[in-house]
Design a protein around this ligand. Structure first.
Ligand code: 5RP
Length: 221
């Protein structure tokens, strides 16, 4: 089974997991990325079973609307039943690195709003220690140099994602060379820097359930 087939099977497992809980009032939170795209496409087939979605990016909003699924502003909903999203790395504590697609801030906001965060990945995303994947940090443009210098002091090698602007109008620094043994501490340390919007460590906001697709089936932890 290739990587795309694994992503699709993780997405289908998430659909099977949430489907029994859907009612005509349910709001589903939707992440961003290629694995989530498989989830969006599968969700389209059962759109009569829930009310609407809230989305973590303009790209996902466009895909959802393309399927005829209603997308609501997060501020207009009281309760998000479940949030489904992919990740770039997942450790055994269900802590994540996210943001390769640049949507980390809105992803963290929707994840924080949801009753449950279901993370869907293929097995290549599973690691013992976070950090081999460069850590995305969303930064207010004028603070790029300031934040980059502090990230170097923290032991990383930040690289500006040239030519990329987030949905919020900011830039991304991808930080290489980190070995993240205390994800919660580093998440909070980086988020405290002036000019940082958020970073892609999801430790305060870890997944509640990880569905990981392998060549022999979907496992959960
Ligand atoms: C986007 C993300 C994605 O969830 C993450 O990059 C995984 O993407 P993919 O499913 O394409 O591998 O955090 O900001």
């Amino acid at each position: 089974m290739d990587q795309d087939a694994q992503k699709r099977s993780a997405a289908e497992a998430a659909l099977a997991y949430i489907e029994p809980r859907l009612t005509s009032d349910t709001i589903v939170g939707v992440g961003t990325g290629s694995t989530t795209n498989f989830f969006i496409d599968a969700l389209a087939g059962i759109q009569h079973k829930f009310d609407a979605c809230v989305s973590s990016s303009e790209a996902s909003t466009e895909r959802l609307k393309g399927h005829g699924i209603q997308v609501l502003d997060l501020n207009s909903v009281d309760r998000v039943e479940v949030y489904v999203d992919g990740a770039d790395e997942v450790n055994p504590a269900r802590q994540l690195i996210k943001g390769a697609g640049g949507a980390l801030t809105r992803e963290k906001i929707v994840a924080a709003s949801a009753e449950e965060f279901v993370c869907i990945v293929d097995q290549s995303k599973i690691v013992d220690v976070l950090g081999a994947f460069p850590l995305p940090v969303e930064v207010i443009p004028m603070a790029r140099g300031l934040v980059a210098r502090v990230l170097v002091e923290l032991g990383g090698s930040p690289e500006w994602r040239h030519g990329y602007t987030t949905d919020n109008g900011n830039i991304i620094l991808d930080v290489h060379g980190l070995t993240i043994t205390d994800p919660a501490h580093l998440e909070s340390t980086i988020n405290d820097l002036a000019g940082v919007v958020t970073n892609g460590i999801f430790a305060a906001q870890a997944a509640d359930l990880v569905l990981v697709a392998t060549p022999t089936g979907v496992e959960r932890f």
